[in-house]
Ligand binder design. Structure first.
Ligand code: ADP
Ligand code: ASP
Ligand code: MG
Length: 473
């Protein structure tokens, strides 16, 4: 008998039919004698809709947020009616759905009156999606004879107060999970836990970043000592590229933690970038599988790096990037400019996605999201004010609306010629490379190109990755 952790994404709980599939997957595992702990996302589209209610409330658009509130209420009530038998068993869930959505409406009213929403209020609002879906799934599972209960992860995952991108406080999270979740599992309950949500030590709701339910599931898996973690989603596994960009994308049978971490960091939406963090040191095996095609084995993720024959396993991309260049003839003589630049960047609240420096040390460039670029430029120029006045540094130049394309493959380490092959391929397609960087883990190469070349770049590099999968399969 094993302890399994499963995470079901938005599409997997997006309709009564989809939830039926989820229930079957859990029940099949229970029938085989295992304990199952599940983490669920909001029903597909609900988090986006909740975010819209925030902007509608700020603008005083009461009609829009009331309409969205009604839609969400209707979707969850309908799922409850369709999934839970007999009708007498629906009552408690319907009461909960209405209580939560009344609370949502009150928060919208408060924002409407204030005319603004604090980061803390935004998290309170976007937490409703998971709080609703978890109740429906737990009640449906319970009504089918598998004892189950909904758990709010705000009771389990304790975080800092960096709203919208909160970071877990590991020790207290570990003890909360052991005190509040493990006893329920030992009693034979199959918990259905909200993804995405945490709370500060004083109990204020936070969220872990968009797509954060994967991360929630990994945190839970780590602290309940799960034998494995399965991310159930709407594609057959981790693929050689985003199937929406290239339909030829193929499922990778195996990728390492490091490879999948790079893929997620550089834009593969299939996993939240922090997912591998809690499980990598514990070596918990992980799989990505398709809720709607449960007989497919999916992608296995583990510690070993198994190079594919062509080395490049997958290609990803991120849009809406700005490249910042700091340059100046006097930079060589002034120590610490790069360090101060990056500190000023992080103080401005921006994440650095890639860095490259020319060997002359007269300039370096790095990338942030377009939305952060102006604030970062101001912060860095303020930090380097004295050097700019002395003309040691010319200033910060921004190149907006570029993209990052990344090729990933563990075998790149120590394999000569990979970068050559990548850049020859791009050259053959007349794609101009603006800047290049190799990932610290040496299993990725990233480069910046102009936005309009993104699809052609991904597709021509994807050819290299496809050749490898064909050789493995
Ligand atoms: P969930 O709601 O289950 O978390 P997401 O929409 O967050 O699902 O992630 C799954 C989606 O990620 C897929 O439907 C696919 O379109 C997209 N995707 C992007 N890159 C990849 C990739 N390399 N492999 C698989 N899916 C990818
Ligand atoms: N519901 C959240 C989102 O849409 C978290 C998740 O789905 O993982 O971002
Ligand atoms: Mg997701």
């Amino acid at each position: 008998m094993a302890l399994h952790t499963m995470k079901f994404g938005g599409t997997s709980v997006g309709s009564p039919e989809a939830i039926e599939q989820v229930l079957k997957i859990i029940q099949r595992d229970k029938a085989a004698g295992h304990d199952v702990v599940s983490v669920v996302s909001a029903m597909s589209g609900v988090t986006d809709s909740l975010l819209k209610t925030v902007s509608a409330a700020i603008e005083g658009d009461r009609w829009t947020y009331q309409e969205i509130n009604r839609d969400i209420r209707h979707r969850h009530e309908e799922a409850t009616h369709r999934l839970i038998e007999p009708p007498s068993e629906r009552e408690a869930t319907l009461v909960e759905i209405n209580r939560l959505l009344d609370e949502h409406l009150q928060l919208c009213e408060a924002i409407n009156i204030l005319g603004e929403a604090t980061p803390r209020m935004i998290d309170a609002i976007i937490s409703f999606g998971e709080r609703l879906s978890s109740r429906v799934v737990a009640a449906a599972l319970d009504s089918r004879g598998t004892p189950s209960k909904a758990f709010d992860s705000s009771q389990l995952i304790v975080t800092d107060n960096n709203y919208q991108d909160a970071e877990p406080l590991w020790e207290v999270t570990s003890s909360r999970i052991k005190q509040r979740l493990v006893p329920a599992i030992q009693e034979g309950i199959s918990p259905i836990i909200t993804g995405f949500i945490g709370a500060t030590p004083d109990g204020t709701i936070t969220t872990l970043g968009r797509g954060g339910s994967d991360f929630s599931a990994a945190i839970i898996a780590a602290y309940i000592d799960s034998d494995d973690l399965t991310i159930w989603t709407d594609v057959d596994g981790v693929m050689t590229t985003d199937p929406r960009i290239d339909k030829r994308a193929k499922v990778l049978p195996y990728v390492s933690y490091t490879e999948v971490g790079e893929l997620a960091f550089y834009g593969a939406k299939v996993l939240h970038p922090k997912t591998v963090q809690p499980i990598i040191t514990r070596n918990i095996p992980m799989r990505v599988r398709n809720t709607f095609n449960p007989d497919h084995p999916g992608t296995q993720i583990g510690a070993d790096i198994v190079p594919s024959t062509s080395v490049i396993k997958a290609v990803t991309s991120i849009r809406s990037i700005s490249m910042l260049t700091v340059s100046g003839k006097g930079m060589l003589g002034v120590p610490g400019i790069a360090g101060r630049t990056f500190l000023a960047t992080s103080r401005a609240g921006a994440n650095i996605l890639m860095i490259s420096q020319s060997s002359s040390e007269q300039s370096f460039c790095y990338t942030v999201r377009d939305s952060d670029a102006n604030a970062v430029k101001d912060a860095v120029e303020a930090e380097l004010k004295a050097e700019i006045e002395h003309q040691d540094v010319d200033g910060v130049e921004i190149l907006k609306e570029v993209v990052i394309v990344t090729v990933v493959g563990g075998g790149m380490r120590g394999t000569p010629g990979v970068a050559g092959r990548v850049f020859t391929t791009l050259g053959n397609h007349n794609i101009n490379v603006i800047s290049i960087a190799q990932g610290g883990s040496e299993c990725s190469i990233s480069f910046v190109i102009e936005e309009q070349a993104i699809e052609e770049a991904v597709i021509c590099l994807h050819d290299l990755a496809l050749a490898a999968v064909e050789n493995v399969n």
